[in-house]
Design a protein around this ligand. Structure first.
Ligand SMILES: C[S@@+](CC[C@H](N)C(=O)[O-])C[C@H]1O[C@@H](n2cnc3c(N)ncnc32)[C@H](O)[C@@H]1O
Length: 303
């Protein structure tokens, strides 16, 4: 049984099904291991106690936001702010130049906007649509192919709550490491981050939502279809319409129901003293979402 090493102390075994994973569940110690940097069975500590310290949001008098930790020293263009060791939301701070900032609890969006993001992440309108359309709720299980920066994993984690579970797979060790820091930094306890090809996922892992957010998702819809709980939702995010359509064709051929493809447009508006109009420059396209629900008798092979 592999063991996770925290500091110099050998602690509890890590995930029962893979040694290259981090489980943020409360019964597991926080930590992480990456196959690229460590020989088998010799697992390195990546995150220390500082990483587990909760993040706070510092909003300065101009509305500029910073993610900070208690005890941090933050240098900004309006002076240096020293965070007290015990800072609670509502605390007002003054910089050494006499400028003001406020300590707040970061919302999940504040956090995602400011956490390290080595990959692109789906836009908020797409994430929100997926959550609503799948009807993700407390206690459910999500499998994500492509952890990336961990943005979706955070939202899924919040939606399924402590009784639910998010299993997210990332093939690249360098990206996995950053996602681990992001997920731990937000205090998620129900996320299993696995540094591996999603094709190696355990056969018996079944999802209420299988989210494909990686290049060429159509190559993985068979895997997703074979890994669903009855009636579970498969969702593929595709940046190009051709790939979205490929997903739809494959999902139909697999016998899924409620197969559809859509995009979620949104427009930002500028409200000024002269009038109100759409912002002149803004993102006009995010990606295509292909959805389908799995039927038990037509699921075929899981891997
Ligand atoms: C667009 S990013 C995912 C963003 C992520 N959903 C988020 O919310 O931050 C796609 C990721 O999929 C990973 N990836 C690509 N192929 C993979 C595979 N077969 N198994 C697991 N991860 C894979 C890539 O390394 C990349 O980090």
């Amino acid at each position: 049984m592999p063991f996770l090493r925290i500091g110099h102390q050998i602690t509890k075994p890590i995930s029962p099904y893979r040694k290259r994973s981090i489980n943020t569940g409360s019964s597991w110690p926080l930590g992480c291991c990456c196959p690229d940097q460590t020989p088998p069975n010799k697992l390195e500590k990546l995150e220390d106690a500082a990483a587990m310290k909760r993040r706070l949001l510092l909003v300065d008098e101009r509305g500029t936001k910073h993610l900070v930790r208690e005890g941090d020293r933050l240098e900004t263009d309006i002076g240096i702010f020293n965070l007290p060791r015990r800072a609670s939301p509502g605390t007002v701070l003054r910089s050494h130049l006499g400028r003001t900032a406020f300590v707040l609890e970061p919302s999940i969006r504040d956090y995602v906007e400011r956490m390290p993001r080595p990959t692109s992440i789906p836009y908020f309108e797409d994430i929100g649509f997926v959550l609503a359309f799948a009807g993700l709720r407390k206690g459910q299980t999500v499998v994500e192919a492509g952890t990336g920066s961990g943005a979706c994993a955070l939202y899924f984690s919040q939606a399924v709550g402590p009784a639910g579970k998010v299993h997210s797979f990332e093939i690249r060790a360098d990206i996995h490491r950053i996602a681990v820091g992001n997920v731990q930094g937000f205090g998620c306890r129900n996320v299993e981050l696995v540094c591996d090809d999603v094709r190696n996922k355990p056969r018996d892992l079944r999802a209420d939502l299988f989210f494909l957010d990686l290049a060429s998702p159509s190559r993985y819809v068979d895997l997703a279809n074979g890994s669903m709980k009855p009636g579970g939702m498969i969702c593929a995010f595709a940046p190009f319409v051709e790939e979205g359509a490929r997903c739809v064709r494959k999902l139909k051929a697999l016998g899924c129901f409620e197969v559809r493809m859509l995009e979620v447009p949104h427009r930002d508006y500028e409200v000024s003293s002269h009038g109100t109009r759409p912002k002149t420059t803004q993102t006009v396209h995010t990606g295509y979402l292909a959805f389908a629900r799995a039927l038990p008798l037509r699921q075929g092979r899981a891997d």
